[in-house]
Design a protein around this ligand. Sequence first.
Ligand SMILES: Nc1nc2c(ncn2[C@@H]2O[C@H](COP(=O)(O)OP(=O)(O)OP(=O)(O)O)[C@@H](O)[C@H]2O)c(=O)[nH]1
Ligand SMILES: [Mg+2]
Length: 222
Amino acid sequence: MTQKKAAPRAAPRREVSPFRCTTFILGAARPAQFPADEGWEVAVAGRSNAGKSSALNVIAGLRGLARISKTPGRTREINFFEVDGQRRLVDLPGYGYAKVPAPMKEAWQRLMGAYLGGRQSLRGVVLVMDCRHPLTEYDAHMLDWCIRSAVPAHILLTKADKLSRGAASATLHKVRATLTQNFGGLSAVSVQLFSALKRTGAEEVQDILMDWMEIEQKKAPV
Ligand SMILES: Nc1nc2c(ncn2[C@@H]2O[C@H](COP(=O)(O)OP(=O)(O)OP(=O)(O)O)[C@@H](O)[C@H]2O)c(=O)[nH]1
Ligand SMILES: [Mg+2]
């Protein structure tokens, strides 16, 4: 007599990630290559090697989507990813890598200037900072730009796995206090702890992105 196989245990009811079908569109080295400026776009910015591409992969829930590198300054183009026909995620090249030669820095400035200065569909910036070195001078410039341009910013204090729970939480409070004192408070800018390695904080940032991109949350069938 054959034994009946036990029915697989029902998966816990979970929200389906709206970013799960994200695909790479193109890497733009020149503004002329940017995809059509329509719909909704969210850009991921931050220092070179901060963990932008890793964060993007965790947000999308797709491991190999954006290229990760141990070598700082690897992402030199602006990489566009399609969430759906009208929505895109954008992996910006990192700033502040000292070893980049001057002509490359100028090219970077031109490209970033063209993107940030002219992108109508940009609905928000995810600003990725290594939680061990938050709010560098470059980060402060980026935040100032967001506030001046009325583009919402959400800070990911990433690599939180490198700090103890207490130290990570102290950093979060300190950054919050600085934002309140120096960057117009917490209405324009929000902040959270994150770890691409441990995948912690993914839902919090997904919720922000869904809000910015006006994505309705669909529930998985029970
Ligand atoms: N421990 C730990 N390492 C991380 C985390 N996120 C990224 N890294 C590592 O940090 C390095 C840089 O990560 P990337 O995601 O490529 O950083 P990036 O900001 O996109 O870098 P560029 O594109 O070169 O500016 C890699 O070695 C990653 O594995 C994290 O949350 N925890
Ligand atoms: Mg990168």
